[in-house]
Every structure is written in structure tokens, then in C-alpha cells.
Design a protein around this ligand. Structure first.
Ligand code: AMP
Length: 585
């Protein structure tokens, strides 16, 4: 079994962990069924620690002992204020608590210990910040096998790694605390970051703040005059209303007894909310323009646009991005799960667990070789699950033949000429009477679609090996459709040609064989029997020129039957002769 490697999105606001199980990447949920864990850590007395939702819930009672957004401090020089805010702990130590919690969730879900992880970081993180992330992993008991750029992870989650070389992807990531836009370019199957532009102090939290500021203005409240705990309640309500209004036109902002006596309620309309958020959204769009400029990328050169981060769920954000890029974004993934999912896919590829998905692949078209008469001899039929192995034995068609050309074909047609030739290999063998040399041909198709053709002269054990890369799976859907369509269209004529060819080959083999039998066994049959054989033989010859498969098949069968007794008598005579010789000897 492969060792599990988990994928982790260690985010500013939220974090998530995933693993590839049975070939499929999936995020793991905690005991409450939640896959997204707030990146919050609470430190209590006597070393008590709580992480995630539990830590956030403590914010109202003892807000100062709950640390959020620790990612902002990773790999940075800290001021005295920062240290106080972090309760004199290092950012790595605090991040390690979040990672430990994620590790626990994964271990309890998977029922085994986890030791290795891929962790994502923003593309703009410098070496010091990456190193700090790695150290946090180690403190949590995880070997960080790869630090992966967040936009790359997002692109993986959207399956964009299948894009052609030089394709470009724009990843717009608007989360809780930060914003960035990255332009990636695909190079030999690997994404390279061409440019990234962002604002580490611009996120959903700032939208909440803008909403709260406006609400305080309407309520006539001076934010400076209320306690931090009280401010938090307004901000939390602002966030709730903001999230709800991504799906609704209006929502009531409601805060009962916010100061112990007074209550506040206000019906917020989508238009008004959007006005409040507009200046911040405009700042993200300016970053997009700068990134495009830095990458020297024309809008028309962008092949895909994906949105990640919880704040990209906001309809006004989606509209603004769409306007800027002049194209609709791909919204097929959860914006707040895409990065963790991409990290998981990358982890799965590294551990080998992702290959299992390829195992479920099937051969899109049949694979075989050309045999005598120009026929397609299928060795691995279409739709066979790969990896797979199959083989067949062939003999020489002509006496003293010295070599056989193995032509490897792909396709669904009965005649070799109508299929595609993938390659060929010549197998030499020792001269032998017709039908006596034996050549084994084996096809082996591995999980990467590489076809290995092995041809062996059974007598000498000599092998010839031909390797055909990607042949089996690298066929475009259109080509497959065309090939299958043609095989259906020509099914009758193809089959007729195959039947005719098989019958012809049989006839051509039988006629000289009957001549040979008569040469040694003419004394073993009476005139009537001899006439019958000669007639049947003539009928086969006539049928050969008739071009009618059924007639030929019937004639061949009749000749076979007519000579059955002769073959038996020849064998019997040979045995008697041998016994007589023995007795005489
Ligand atoms: P992330 O850092 O990607 O986890 O994003 C978290 C941010 O996304 C927070 O500021 C959330 O308030 C915000 N968010 C999550 N869901 C929504 C939503 N439906 N509409 C608007 N903002 C959202």
C-alpha cells in the first residue's frame, strides 16, 4: 500500500485537509461534518489549546487569547506589538496547532497515522515564509514533502494541468484576509508562475469592516467608543449578512441588545451593499491589470480563468472579474475548497495514489497485429481496462520463411489496411517447414498507456521488443468516434471480406495438402472414393474464382470431409508399417 500523503490548505482565515482515497481526491470533515476549519487557535490556562470553530467560539469571552490570521506573521520580523498579539508564541508554533488539528481529523477519518503532507502557500511567499511553513509542519509531526503555490493548486483542482503546453491560466484568489491574482503558464506538464500581484491586507474581513462602518454610520454609533468584544459582534453580523446576500437580494442586519439595552435592525438591499463593497472590489481589479501587465500577457492569451477564495462567491466580485477579463470564469469547483483539493491531488500524484485513477482507464480502440491475408488480429480488444497483458501464438506461413514482420495496429476494422499502424518489428526465426516455426507475440499495456510488444521465437527464445509510447490512450475523442463510426458503417462489407479471406487462406492451404495426401495414399482408396475427392477439390478451385465466401466455405468443408477417411487411413497405414518394421527388426 502507498504511504498516505495529505494535501493541506493552510489559509489565513480557513484551512482544510484532504487525501486521495481509492483514486479520488476528497477533503476530510471533522466530527461535526465540517470540511473547512477556521485558522483560529485559543490558548487557555495550564497549556489548554483549542483550534478551529471551538477556538472562534471563545472569542466573545476572552477574545485576546484567540489568535487568528497567524499566516500574516509567518517568516516575518515581529514587532513587540506583534509578539504581544501572538501571546509571545512563534507564528510557526501557532500554525503547528492548526496543522495538528488537521492531522488529527485526517488520522481519525482514515484510521491510520499520517506523517507526510503537501502544504500550499501564496505564490508571493518568499523563501523565509516558505521555510517557516515547512517548520510549522515539522512541529506538527509532518514531513512537508512539497510546498505548493496556491494558484497552482487551484489550477490542479480545476483539472487545468491537462491544458496544452504554453496555455495560460489566471487565478483570482479573494479570501478572508488577502487577495492575489496569478498568471500561470503550462510548461511540459508543470505550471510556472509568470506574475502574481496582490494585496496582503485586502480580504473578506475588510468587506465586513466596510459594511460595519456604514451600519455604524446609519446607527449613529461611534465605533471607537465601543469595546472590542462589542465591535466583534457587529463585524460578525456584517459577515453573516454579506454571505447570505451572495444568494439573496436583501437581508435584515439585526443586533438585539448590542449594548445590553438597545437593539438595532436594518434591511439592507443588494444595491446598497454593493456600493459599500465597490471600492475594495475595484482594488482587486487594479491588481489584475498590474499582473497582466507584469506577465506581458494580453487578455486574449489567457486560456482559463478560475476564481478561488470565499469572497469570490460575491456576485459583484464575479461581475467585476468577468468584465476585466472579458470572459466568464470557470465556477465548477467550490471556491473555498479548490486550493485544498489541488493540494490533495498533488499529494496523491506524489504518493502514487492518484495513479489508481488511471487504472480505471480503458483502451479506447482495439490493438492487434496484421496476420496472413491482411487481416486484423485483435490482441487487446477495445474497452479493456488497463494495465493489461495478452498474447497469441503465430506460425510461419511459408516453408523456410526466415522472418515475420509484426505490424502493430490500432482500430476496429477487420482488414489491417483500414486500421492505423503504430509501428512494426521484424522477428527472425530459424527456417522450418510451413506451420512449424512458432512466434509468440505478447502485448503489455501499462498504466501510462505505454504499449510494449514482445515477439519471441519460441524455439530459440530470442526476443524482439518494440515500445510504443502513449499510443494506446493518446487518441483524440474525434478520432476514436470516427474509427468506431466507420467500423459500424462498414460492418457488413468488412465481415464479408474477413470471411472470404479466411476461407481463401484455408482453401489455399487445403488444395496442396490434398495433393500431398493423394501422392502417398492413392492406393488406399478405391476409384469411387478417388473421384469424390478429386471432384471436391475441383469444386474448391472453382469456388476460389467465384469470389463468393459462402460457396467457398461450403466447398472447403466438403473437401475436408471427403478427405477425412483418407487422412485416417494414411495414419493407420503408417502405424501398421511401423509395427511390421519392428516385428521384422
Ligand atoms: P477563505 O479565506 O477563502 O476561506 O475565504 C473566507 C472569506 O470568504 C471570509 O471573509 C468569508 O466571509 C468570505 N465568504 C465565504 N462565503 C461567502 C459568501 N457566500 N459570500 C461572500 N463572502 C463569503
Amino acid at each position: 500500500m502507498n504511504e498516505l500523503i495529505v494535501g493541506i490548505d493552510l489559509g489565513t482565515t480557513n484551512s482544510a485537509i484532504g487525501v486521495v482515497d481509492s483514486g479520488f481526491p476528497m477533503l476530510l470533515a471533522d466530527k461535526d461534518g465540517k470540511r473547512i476549519i477556521p485558522s483560529a487557535v485559543w490558548y487557555g490556562a495550564d497549556g489548554a489549546v483549542e483550534v478551529g470553530h471551538k477556538a472562534l467560539r471563545r472569542r466573545h469571552l476572552n477574545g485576546l487569547s484567540v489568535i487568528t490570521s497567524v499566516k500574516r506573521y509567518m517568516g516575518r520580523d515581529l514587532s513587540e506589538d506583534d509578539r504581544a498579539m501572538l501571546l509571545q508564541r512563534s507564528p510557526e508554533e501557532i500554525s503547528a496547532e492548526i496543522l495538528r488539528e488537521l492531522k488529527r481529523i485526517a488520522e481519525s477519518r482514515m484510521g491510520q497515522e499520517i506523517h507526510k503532507a503537501v502544504i500550499t502557500v501564496p505564490a508571493y511567499f518568499h523563501d523565509g515564509q516558505r521555510l517557516a511553513t515547512k517548520r510549522a509542519g515539522e512541529l506538527a509531526g509532518l514531513e512537508v514533502v512539497r510546498i505548493l503555490n496556491e494558484p497552482t493548486a487551484a489550477a490542479l483542482a480545476y483539472g487545468l494541468d491537462k491544458l496544452a503546453d504554453s496555455s495560460r491560466v489566471a487565478v483570482y484568489d479573494f479570501g478572508g484576509g488577502t487577495f492575489d491574482l496569478s498568471i500561470l503558464e503550462m510548461h511540459e506538464g508543470v505550471f510556472q508562475v509568470l506574475a502574481t500581484h496582490g494585496d496582503t491586507l485586502l480580504g473578506g474581513d475588510d468587506l465586513d469592516r466596510a459594511i460595519a462602518d456604514n451600519i455604524w454610520r446609519i446607527a449613529g454609533i461611534d465605533a471607537q467608543s465601543i469595546s472590542r468584544e462589542n465591535q466583534l459582534r457587529w463585524l460578525e453580523e456584517a459577515e453573516r449578512v454579506k454571505c447570505v446576500m451572495s444568494d439573496r437580494e436583501r437581508e435584515i442586519f439585526s443586533l438585539p441588545f448590542y449594548d445590553g439595552q438597545s437593539s438595532f435592525s436594518y434591511t439592507l438591499e443588494r444595491n446598497e451593499l454593493e456600493q459599500w463593497m465597490q471600492p475594495l472590489i475595484a482594488r482587486t481589479i487594479r491588481c489584475c491589470r498590474m499582473a497582466l501587465n507584469d506577465a506581458n500577457a494580453a487578455l486574449s492569451s489567457i486560456n482559463a480563468l478560475v476564481l478561488v477564495g470565499g469572497s469570490s462567491r460575491i456576485p459583484a466580485v464575479r461581475r467585476a472579474v468577468e468584465d476585466c477579463f472579458g470572459r466568464a470564469p470557470d465556477l465548477s469547483q467550490h471556491p473555498d475548497e479548490a486550493i485544498a483539493l489541488g493540494a490533495t491531488i498533488h499529494a496523491g500524484v506524489l504518493s502514487g495514489a492518484m495513479k489508481k485513477m488511471v487504472l480505471l482507464d480503458v483502451t479506447p480502440l482495439s490493438l492487434g497485429i496484421e496476420t496472413l491475408g491482411g487481416l486484423m488480429n485483435v490482441i487487446i480488444p477495445r474497452n479493456t481496462t488497463i494495465p493489461c497483458k495478452a498474447g497469441e501464438m503465430f506460425t510461419n506461413a511459408v516453408t523456410d520463411q526466415r522472418a515475420m514482420l509484426v505490424r502493430v495496429l490500432q482500430g476496429e476494422r477487420e482488414m489491417a489496411r483500414d486500421n492505423w499502424e503504430l509501428g512494426s518489428v521484424e522477428v527472425a526465426f530459424e527456417p522450418a517447414p510451413k506451420g512449424h516455426a512458432r512466434i509468440g507475440v505478447q502485448f503489455r499495456l501499462d498504466e501510462n498507456g505505454i504499449l510494449e510488444v514482445l515477439a519471441r521465437d519460441v524455439k530459440t527464445g530470442q526476443d524482439r521488443i518494440l515500445e510504443i509510447k502513449h499510443a494506446a490512450v493518446d487518441v483524440s475523442d474525434e478520432a476514436i468516434e470516427k474509427m468506431v463510426g466507420e467500423s459500424v458503417e462498414h460492418a457488413f462489407s468488412d465481415m464479408a471480406e474477413r470471411v472470404w479471406t479466411e476461407a481463401r487462406l484455408k482453401a489455399e492451404e487445403l488444395i496442396p495438402a490434398v495433393d500431398a495426401a493423394l501422392a502417398i495414399g492413392v492406393d488406399l482408396c478405391n476409384d469411387e472414393e478417388l473421384a469424390m475427392i478429386q471432384l471436391a477439390q475441383q469444386q474448391v478451385k472453382d469456388a476460389l474464382s467465384s469470389q463468393q465466401a459462402n460457396v467457398l466455405k461450403a466447398a472447403v468443408q466438403k473437401l475436408d470431409q471427403a478427405t477425412e477417411f483418407l487422412a485416417a487411413r494414411i495414419v493407420e497405414k503408417a502405424m501398421n508399417d511401423a509395427i511390421t518394421r519392428q516385428l521384422e527388426g
